[in-house]
Every structure is written in C-alpha cells, then in structure tokens.
Design a protein around this ligand. Sequence first.
Ligand SMILES: [Zn+2]
Length: 80
Amino acid sequence: MSPLAAALAATHAWFEVNSGWAPPDVETMADWAVEGACRAPDDCWVSLRGTCPHGLVSWQVVLDDLVELDGGRSPGVRAG
Ligand SMILES: [Zn+2]
C-alpha cells in the first residue's frame, strides 16, 4: 500500500469516529487549488494532494478517490 493509500485509509477511519465534518464546496476547493493548497478533514492546511501532521489526506484526495470508486462518472451529472 502506498503512503497516500495508507493515509486515505486512516482518513476514512477518522470519518467513522468523528462527526460534524462536511466536504468543502466546489468553489472553495477551486480557490484553494489555485494556491496549491487544501484542507484536511480535521481542518489542517495541507498541500493540494498532501497529508496533514495527523496522517489525514486533503479533501482533494478524498474526493478524487470517491470519483474513482464511482466508476469515473462526473459528480452532478444525471442520466436522462
Ligand atoms: Zn491534521
């Protein structure tokens, strides 16, 4: 398992024991991406696809992974 995959697994474990988190909206994420930055789910500032000092990945990594799991379909695009 790559370090990033391990951190992603740690992040999903964190989701299970923490409540009250929500992904930032797309526009906010885009603003951060311009700076090459992102937040981790515990509010740490991290690089766009980095990990925070607590071992959590950035929201960008989490959301990228969800898109992959979804079969590569674009979020928000409905059939029909
Ligand atoms: Zn952190």
